[in-house]
Design a protein around this ligand. Structure first.
Ligand code: ATP
Length: 301
């Protein structure tokens, strides 16, 4: 008896970041979208708690911790403690989501682990409890459970699904070397000591999203972490310009980067942009649609 759970990468269509709070977190007003780049996590019964990770060709396995720090094992231990039972099982994770790429790959794995353990251990944890445990593990993890398109406030963990009539086409270009999310936030603090306490509102983005028109959405995309990410990695600015020259409606840094995502007007537009970027020497160019589902069982016990 095994369980396989699939979880998606996220991008932020809007990422408004306010001035750092006393607890060290930044207040956010964000709109997440889950897109079709996935990690698959399989859990089989075992006496111990073990993890093996296999990665796609474009991922450096050295970036993924194989010990107790892996967020999959942290998620399993947290849910087991909540349920008052031992944490055990053999996890196998197959990663397609870039590591330290601003696409919440670790968060996707954590959400998948919560869903898989809940199913295999037959806990029937309430949605509220799962969301609360997810938020304890990391700010993006509640969204990784919910998926689709959703607004996140607080530090991003308070998630409300939003209507999204579109079927949006994205091209994603991961970087060979990841970028640390805390380092990008620290650089935001340096560049924007005058950042407002209340982050830039997601309302304009939501209005554009509701039209279902790619050009309207392209104009409304907003990411306050783009400037610090490009300041740390100037080549990201060149990549954005290149993808836009290859036909994308708009390119932007995904979350804290360094993955760059491009919104395209259609499947054909995405194929052309991806081909243009690949022809310009980009090793890894991924094409995906959004929104897609959050962490869900694909092979169930
Ligand atoms: P976010 O967009 O949520 O800021 P990210 O996509 O930039 O995250 P992740 O891939 O989630 O970054 O990984 C961030 C760090 O978490 C990694 O550098 C790694 O050290 C650690 N980590 C722990 N568990 C995992 C996991 N299962 N997969 C990837 N990274 C993990």
């Amino acid at each position: 008896m095994t369980v396989t759970v699939r979880a998606a990468a996220k991008i932020n269509l809007h990422l408004g970041v306010g001035r750092v709070r006393e607890d060290g977190f930044h207040p956010l007003d964000t709109v997440y979208q889950a897109i079709g780049i996935h990690d698959d996590l399989t859990l089989a019964p075992a006496d111990d708690l073990t993890l093996t990770t296999r990665v796609a060709d474009h991922i450096d396995p050295a970036g993924v911790p194989d010990g107790p720090d892996n967020i999959v094992l942290r998620a399993a231990r947290l849910l087991a403690a909540h349920a008052g039972r031992p944490a055990n099982g053999a996890f196998e994770v197959r990663k397609d989501i870039p590591v330290a790429g601003g696409m919440a790959g670790g968060s996707a794995d954590a959400a998948a682990a919560l869903v898989a353990c809940d199913r295999l251990w037959d806990l029937r944890t309430s949605d509220d409890d799962l969301l609360r445990l997810a938020a304890e593990l990391g700010s993006d993890i509640p969204f990784s459970l919910v998926g689709g398109t959703a607004r996140g406030v607080g530090r991003g963990e308070l998630v409300t699904p939003v209507d999204d009539p579109g079927a949006w086409w994205w091209v994603a270009v991961p970087a060979t070397e990841g970028l640390s999310t805390p380092a990008v936030y620290r650089h935001f603090d340096e560049l924007r000591p005058d950042a407002p306490e209340v982050p830039a509102s997601a309302e304009p983005l939501l209005a554009a999203l509701a039209t279902g028109e790619p050009l309207r959405l392209a104009r409304a995309l907003h990411n306050d972490l783009q400037e610090p990410a490009i300041d740390l990695r100037p080549e990201l600015g060149d990549l954005i310009a290149l993808g836009e020259a290859e036909g994308a409606l708009r390119g932007m840094v995904s979350g804290s980067g360094p993955t760059v995502v491009f919104l395209c007007d259609s499947a054909e537009g995405a194929r052309e942009t991806a081909a243009g970027l690949a022809g310009s020497g980009r090793d890894v160019v991924l094409t995906a649609t959004g929104p897609v589902a959050g962490a869900h069982v694909v092979v169930g016990a």
